[in-house]
Design a protein around this ligand. Sequence first.
Ligand SMILES: Cc1cc2nc3c(=O)[nH]c(=O)nc-3n(C[C@H](O)[C@H](O)[C@H](O)COP(=O)(O)OP(=O)(O)OC[C@H]3O[C@@H](n4cnc5c(N)ncnc54)[C@H](O)[C@@H]3O)c2cc1C
Length: 388
Amino acid sequence: MSALEWDYAYPELREGVRSVVSQFDSRYWQEVDEARAYPEAFVQALTEAGWLSALIPEAYGGSELSLIEASVIMEEINRAGGNSGACHGQMYVMGTVVRHGSEAQKQALLPKIAAGELRMQSMAVTEPTTGSDTTKLRTTAVRKGDRYVVNGQKVWTSRLQHSDYMLLLARTTPIDQVAKRTEGLSVFLVDIREAVGKSITVRPIRNMVNHETNEIFIDGLEIPEENRIGEEGKGLRYIMDGLNAERIFIAAECIGDGYWFVEKAAAYANERVVFGRAIANNQGIQFPIARAHVNVEAASLMRYDAARRFDAGQACGAQANMSKLLAADASWEAANVCLQTHGGFGFAAEYDIERKFRETRLYQVAPISTNLILSYIGEHVLGMPKSY
Ligand SMILES: Cc1cc2nc3c(=O)[nH]c(=O)nc-3n(C[C@H](O)[C@H](O)[C@H](O)COP(=O)(O)OP(=O)(O)OC[C@H]3O[C@@H](n4cnc5c(N)ncnc54)[C@H](O)[C@@H]3O)c2cc1C
């Protein structure tokens, strides 16, 4: 199936998502961006329509869609001019509970997430001092009887102020006491409502995008043992298990952005008359837009391949990483072309381009930076030495 045919695949799903996201127009996103506010009405509408519980099993109240279908939801949000970053965590953070949580944890959380009564869209992994070198993270969880006491610091903990629960990765066995440094890390469910203002201090980070993200300071946070997910010491593996899905989601968002930029650029090029003719007549304008479109289509095919493998339970690490890299590059190229095509007007907030330009730039860095993807491909796909 070509990317163009895929584009028309899942027409009912696309139509359903569009019917919700089309209620939130350009003016809505501009106002939210200007106020640096959380797009609460948008997230609430998606929640009520059931789109954010797409990956929750039916047994727990979700719609149990495939990852391909879930990726189409993300794509459609961004293609309509919105920003999935405000809520994509609600779609996949709970995946760790689905895959590795106890039955009691699933029963306690998943039906409420599916019903929109509870938000769990925050994940605290990154730390300021260790960055991408996750195994060296310094936040510790020390066992005291039937509880763990957590101390440490996290950075870029997104959507925390709009979550009830977050996932936290912390070291439970010191790094010098484990056979492999990937061991000895554990993942916990943290009830933020109880902890913030007491053992968790939140410092919001004003950033380039209108993205609610924070630095957090954890001081003596007590977590009951039953809130540890899976076995002690295996937390990094549980988090890693969810990363392929996350990469494919981000790829889909970039693809949605890419289509938005390309379509906006082509439409403007056709209507903007300079020197007596539409600027689209100039190859210097037309070809970059055409090339950007080609790259978005190619990235989309890789996304579908990765998602199809994921849904079939096949190994998809290489494809998930490649699709994220290709899609982030394609959307960034399309963003640049769209801005250039609009000349000065591209910088005016009312055209939405400068906002989407900032938003899509993030995906060269987060949730995994381009260099780290290339090092994964170099090492795991091409058999070259680990370069770090
Ligand atoms: C808006 C935003 C939201 C985020 N949300 C979350 C969140 O919700 N939860 C969370 O846990 N994290 C979150 N992050 C963090 C994000 O995952 C990290 O920023 C990202 O993984 C990169 O890590 P770093 O910023 O520490 O960069 P560093 O690890 O310090 O790297 C800096 C630069 O050096 C490069 N680099 C590092 N090592 C090597 C090497 N060996 N070879 C080549 N290049 C290298 C990197 O590619 C990068 O370009 C968010 C970040 C942002 C900006």
